[in-house]
Design a protein. Structure first.
Length: 205
């Protein structure tokens, strides 16, 4: 599953022919995933012009207001992991839940779902989408389109430069694993393709 997701997301990058010059950099994996979504920020935390994902490790899960109990439990566990972030990581890591029922979930309905199941103070950000984007998302994840709008039981992790770094499959959320991976990914200031930061007092291997 992980290899297929990585390959699918990598295929989204725009190829640059040899000798050509690109005026704008190709979008990151995260930007490509989210370019069709609309953000519902946590209550009381949004600021005009603020990019809440800049230079952050980002975890992405999937949700719909009418999802089954497995999705509800997964969303609650995702929320618990977000709330359990150490203070030092709370400005470095973001948790997103992307809606997979564009026909049924407008911003108000998805917000009501969030308020009812994880509370008005949740640190999760919920995002709505459109039909074309949801279909593309299902294809990228090799998730059967016939299973929509039930969300895929998948969590994706993106590094600080928006590159796909990890995928977690299954209905259960290992919150401790997410927190360990968040701390590790945060050390890769330039993304997982570059050496991580090393604390001055870090012990040698």
């Amino acid at each position: 599953m992980a290899a297929r997701v990585l390959a699918a997301l990598a295929a989204l990058a725009l190829a640059t022919p040899l000798g050509s010059v690109r005026a704008e950099p190709a979008p990151s994996d995260l930007e490509t995933l989210l370019n069709w979504s609309a953000d519902l920020p946590p209550r009381g935390t949004a600021r005009d012009g603020e990019n809440p994902l800049h230079d952050r490790v980002v975890f992405v899960s999937f949700v719909s207001a009418g999802c089954t109990i497995g999705c509800v439990v997964r969303t609650r566990d995702f929320d618990k992991a977000a709330r359990a972030l150490p203070e030092a990581l709370r400005t470095r890591v973001a948790f997103l839940a992307i809606g997979t029922d564009p026909a049924g979930d407008d911003a108000g309905r998805l917000r009501a779902f969030a308020d009812g199941f994880v509370g008005r103070e949740t640190p999760l950000r919920f995002r709505t989408g459109d039909a074309a984007g949801t279909a593309a998302l299902a294809a990228r994840l090799h998730y059967p389109a016939a299973s929509l709008p039930e969300p895929p039981p998948t969590i994706l992790a993106f590094d600080r430069r928006g590159r796909i770094a990890m995928t977690y499959a299954g209905d259960s959320v290992d919150g401790d694993r997410l927190l360990r991976d968040a701390a590790l990914l945060d050390t890769f200031a330039d993304g997982i393709g570059r050496p991580p930061r090393v604390a001055p007092d870090a012990a040698p291997f």
